[in-house]
Write a protein of this length. Structure first.
Length: 167
C-alpha cells in the first residue's frame, strides 16, 4: 500500500513526503521530479509541448509508480485533474490531501518563478484562488484523509499523517 500526497502547489507535498520517508523507511518519489529527470524542465515542457503533453507524461509516471508498493508519492498539484490518475493511485494507496489556505500558498510561492501555471498577468493570490476553486473539490473527493497544513512544521504534518493513516 502506497501513501500518496496530493494538494496545491506549495502545500508541502515534497517536503512532507521526504519527512515521512525518513521516519518510516519507505522509498519516496515525486512525480514532478521524475518527469524533470526524464524529460527536462516542466516550464520547458509547458512552453514547447503544452500542458496536455505534460499531463500525459504525468499520467505515465503515475501509472508506473502506482504499480509499486510501500512508497511515499508526492504528486504534482494537477495530477487529480485526470480521473485515470486518481483511479491508479487509489488502487494501491491511501491519498492524503494537504490542505493549505491561499495565503499560505501565496507566501510560499511568491518568489518561485518555476511554476508555469503561475506565470500569468493575474496576481499570485488570484491565480491560486482560481486553481483552488477548480481543484479543491477534486482533492477532497479523492482523499482518504485531509490534513490542514497552515501553521504546522513539516515534521508535525508528517507525524499527523503517519498517526492518521498508520504507515
Amino acid at each position: 500500500m502506497n501513501l500518496i500526497l496530493c494538494g496545491m502547489m506549495g502545500s508541502g507535498k515534497t517536503t512532507v513526503g521526504i519527512k515521512i520517508a525518513e521516519i518510516t523507511g519507505r522509498r519516496w518519489y515525486d512525480t514532478d521530479d521524475l518527469i524533470v529527470k526524464r524529460y527536462g524542465k516542466i516550464s520547458d515542457i509547458f512552453e514547447y509541448y503544452g500542458e496536455a503533453h505534460f499531463r500525459d507524461l504525468e499520467t505515465e509516471t503515475v501509472k508506473e509508480l502506482a504499480q509499486k508498493d510501500a512508497l511515499v508519492i508526492s504528486t504534482g498539484g494537477g495530477v487529480v485533474l485526470k480521473n485515470e490518475n486518481c483511479e491508479a493511485l487509489q488502487a494501491n494507496g491511501k491519498i492524503v490531501y494537504l490542505r493549505a489556505s491561499v495565503e499560505t500558498l501565496a507566501n510560499r510561492l511568491k518568489t518561485d518563478d518555476s511554476r508555469p501555471l503561475l506565470q500569468t498577468a493575474e496576481s499570485i493570490s488570484i491565480r491560486l484562488e482560481r486553481l483552488m476553486e477548480q481543484r479543491a473539490p477534486i482533492y477532497e473527493r479523492v482523499a482518504d484523509c485531509i490534513i490542514d497544513v497552515d501553521g504546522k512544521s513539516p515534521e508535525q504534518i508528517a507525524m499527523e499523517i503517519i498517526a492518521t493513516v498508520g504507515c
